[in-house]
Ligand binder design. Structure first.
Ligand code: NAP
Length: 414
């Protein structure tokens, strides 16, 4: 495509983001991008756009030779997979925001782009309006990336903020998030940490060239957090945040996990409130940098989709340079010692043999807790890790900047 090439868009989905991008494109005539047809699911819904644009027949867009760009903005990951793969095979460029679909099929999507010499862009899939992917892909290409840590899910951050600042229970904070439109009516993807781990999977591809599946990454959401955890955090002046992490722990090893985390006030993530997102990037030369903004919502998300559409005018493609590079071949590793806090009810059994060491034990008739060091390998194996009555919270800060498990502590318990 040349600079003046006209973009004829087939838009699929006319919901929060789809209608947003439709409105934005009407106001950006200089882009030379026109929406030729819009595919939706329910024909009878009233739409704020001319009726003749709409169809429920997706093939009529995918088979239309005059459409050279498909913008996929639907809420069904399985249908999106079929649409996006067909569009790429039909040699159309694609813009998508569907993190679940992209994270689940990254390897195949990379291959299809290459085989068909077309571009698939998905900036909106990670942190909505914050330019994370293109930054990791292009800007941090040469400078060695030491770490990525971020609040990448707005719904959970909203809930955690309300629990801390207004003393709401998890259930009430969730209800408020749903009423204000920050959480889905079925919030499982968000609160169980799945959405964050989908985003981290995409980040690993662009930060380190690692192609992996979300289910291989250790993760836990916020559903099991207990009032006593919030109290403990307040006493120590921590904020609890759901943090997605990727860190270089060796010349060729990357550790990745998503866990509720006690964040210290000197960390920028501590100060991110409500539905906002933020990402800290640690690099060898530039030290630490911080990106902050809106991770969701009609127009913030549309801004990232618009940026991808605009990039197609100059033939922009993710080159996946780090995936192809021989200079650094990174692998995921769970050989990493993490300091964690585990809280549990009287009747729960916590097998402490999974720990390398225990620093603190607290027993109380309402709730018990342990603080100790555990390898990510063992955390993943521990039966209590997936127990919904057990809280597992990582510690941020200097404790976990130690990158190998060669050091160790006083008590090894069995
Ligand atoms: N909302 C955000 O802030 C945000 C932020 C970042 C990323 N995203 C991602 O953006 C995508 C869209 O989200 P959204 O919030 O805009 O969703 P939404 O408001 O629920 O809208 C979904 C749209 O998709 C249409 N649709 C569903 N299945 C379809 C199918 N099989 N064929 C054609 N159309 C279909 C629906 O049609 P009807 O109108 O006929 O029902 C609706 O117009 C998702 O992947 C989401 O994860 C959203």
């Amino acid at each position: 495509m040349t600079e003046n090439k006209k973009l004829n868009i087939g838009l699929i989905g006319f919901g929060v983001v789809g209608e947003g991008i439709y409105n934005v494109l009407q106001q950006t005539p200089t882009l030379n991008a026109t929406i030729k047809k819009i595919c939706i699911k329910h024909a009878s819904k009233k739409r704020n756009a001319p009726q003749e644009l709409f169809t429920t027949n997706v093939e009529s867009l995918l088979d239309d030779d005059s459409i050279n760009v498909i913008v996929e903005l639907i809420d069904d990951a399985d249908a999106a997979y079929k649409i996006v793969t067909t569009a790429l095979r039909n040699k159309k460029h694609v813009v998508s925001a569907n993190k679940k679909m992209i994270a689940a099929h990254l390897q195949e999507l990379l291959m299809l782009q290459k085989e068909n010499e077309v571009s698939l862009l998905y900036e909106a899939a990670v942190c909505g309006s914050i330019p994370v992917i293109r930054n990791l892909e292009e800007y941090y290409d040469n400078d060695l990336l030491n770490s990525f840590s971020g609040i990448v899910n707005g719904s959970t951050n909203f809930i955690l903020t309300k629990m801390k600042e207004e003393g709401l229970s998890y259930e009430n904070a969730l209800k408020q998030a749903q009423q204000l439109g920050f959480a889905e009516s079925n919030p499982a993807l968000d609160v169980e940490g799945k959405d964050a781990v989908n985003k981290l999977t995409i980040v690993l591809q662009h930060a380190y060239g690692i192609t992996t599946k979300p289910e291989t990454i250790v993760h836990k959401g916020i559903t099991q957090l207990h009032r006593s955890d919030t109290k403990y955090a307040a006493e120590k002046n921590y904020n609890i945040k759901l943090v997605a992490n990727a860190r270089r722990i060796d010349d060729d090893k990357i550790v990745a996990f998503v866990l509720p985390t006690f964040v210290e006030s000197k960390n920028q993530l501590y100060h991110i409130r409500n539905e906002f997102n933020g990402v800290l990037i640690g690099s060898k030369l530039a030290d630490e940098q911080f990106l902050y903004g809106k991770g969701a919502g009609r127009y913030p998300t549309s801004s990232a989709v618009l940026s991808d559409i605009a990039a197609l005018r100059y033939d922009y493609k993710y080159e996946y340079k780090k995936t192809k590079s021989n200079a650094h071949k990174y692998q995921l590793s769970n050989d990493f010692l993490l300091k964690i806090f585990v809280s549990f009810n009287q009747d729960a059994e916590i097998n402490v043999s999974f720990f390398d060491s225990i620093e603190d034990r607290y027993f109380n008739k309402n709730r018990n807790h342990l603080v100790g060091f555990i390898s990510l390998n063992n955390l993943q194996k521990a039966d209590w890790f997936n127990d919904e009555t057990v809280s597992v919270i990582a510690f941020d800060g200097d404790d976990n900047k130690i990158s190998t498990n060669t050091f160790l502590h006083e008590t090894i318990l069995n």
